[in-house]
Design a protein around this ligand. Structure first.
Ligand code: SP5
Ligand code: ZN
Length: 342
């Protein structure tokens, strides 16, 4: 299988995240991608290609154009305002406040265009975002032109990014962009299977009203797990999208017996929808040793995930999402890809 990856991800480094009363060093570190890349090389998965040049056309159809423009300008605005160090929001236009006001000040814009304090900007953030997006589109192009599968080694991840909000280490929704590119290339219907520990709230929001891109999420129950405010089992889509969103939340502690059963349920739904192509939001923060997550998958379970996905017989784009146990991320992520290859 071909991998698409850019060294520009490494510019997104040294960021901070706001979590439970603390500003911590970001869990989403450059070493994550480097270790996955090293594992791909070690097992000889296949060639690692640079992304091809991309316009922001797909990004501005998936997201609001003013949001994409903000992502590109945030760091420069922060520096121009005299701040230094990672740019983070501290005030949000939530319930009871006006979201039609958009003061043209970076401190206001950071909150206007985010839903948490997990997606900081540093000098290389936009370059990394663009390269991650381009990797996802390039992998989609490979699959659209006949590859059975392709892997976008994306960093930063994307599935928490909504129509106009960054959060959860995400900025552009790479998986949603890959699905859009597959639609543009002629797939009438696409499914997104999100196996990251956290609910892919951004992906759900983006396709909520649509019947042409179906979304399945396997994740920690939002009653106790981030992102808390989306991902319940009763969220099924609306209008033409009704019945095309399937949430399979699980309690903390889920192991293969429980998680594998949910995977079977999700894959059955995808079969029943009769889609032409698949995008997998591949988070491996479901691993038993993940520092911020609470499932109990073992390294030996990941090839089983890949094999089960392969049994669908669909052209498949894998897009890297989470996974924060850095030393294990290569074995786990590449394990899925090897299981898919068979
Ligand atoms: C793409 C992805 O996996 N994003 C995950 C975002 C999770 N953000 C909230 C993390 C809460 C971390 N709590 C740290 C506790 C450390 N003991
Ligand atoms: Zn996650």
């Amino acid at each position: 299988m071909k991998t698409v990856h850019s060294p520009l991800h490494a510019g997104h480094a040294g960021q901070l995240e706001l979590t439970a009363g603390r500003l911590l060093p970001g869990f989403e570190v450059p070493e994550r991608a480097e270790i996955i890349k090293a594992r791909i090389e070690a097992v000889g998965l296949g060639p690692i290609l640079a992304p091809t040049a991309q316009t922001l056309d797909v990004a501005t159809r998936v997201h609001r154009p003013d949001y994409v423009d903000f992502l590109a300008r945030a760091w420069d605005l922060w520096i121009a305002a005299g701040y230094e160090g990672p740019a983070l929001p501290f005030v949000w236009p939530t319930r009871g406040l006006r979201d039609d006001l958009r003061p043209d000040k970076i401190t206001a814009l950071l909150g206007y265009y985010s839903f948490d304090g997990g997606s900081a900007f540093v000098a290389g953030t936009w370059g990394a975002i663009e390269s991650s997006y381009a990797a996802a589109l390039t992998a989609a192009d490979l699959v659209a032109s006949g590859e059975r599968g392709a892997y976008a080694l994306c960093r930063p991840p994307g599935h928490h990014a909504g129509v106009r909000a960054a959060g959860g280490y995400c900025y552009l929704n790479n998986a949603a962009c890959a699905a859009t590119r597959l639609r543009d290339a002629g797939a009438a219907r696409v499914a997104i299977l999100d196996v990251d520990f956290h609910h892919g709230n951004g992906t759900q929001e983006i396709f909520w009203t649509r019947g042409d891109v179906a979304v399945v999420n396997l994740h920690g129950d939002p009653a106790t797990e981030y992102p808390y405010f989306l991902g319940a089992a009763d969220e099924r889509g609306v209008g033409p999208g009704e019945g095309f969103n399937l949430n399979l939340p699980m309690a903390a502690g889920a192991d293969w017996a429980i998680w594998g059963e949910a995977l079977t349920t999700g894959l059955s739904a995808i079969r029943a929808w009769g889609v032409d192509a698949l995008v997998v939001s591949l988070g491996v923060d479901t691993w038993e040793g993940d520092p911020i997550s609470h499932f109990r998958l073992k390294t030996s379970d990941y090839p089983r995930i890949g094999a089960a996905i392969a049994a669908l017989g669909l052209p498949t784009v894998f897009v890297q999402e989470g996974g924060y146990a850095v030393a294990a991320i290569g074995d786990n992520a590449v394990g899925v890809l090897e299981g898919f290859e068979g």
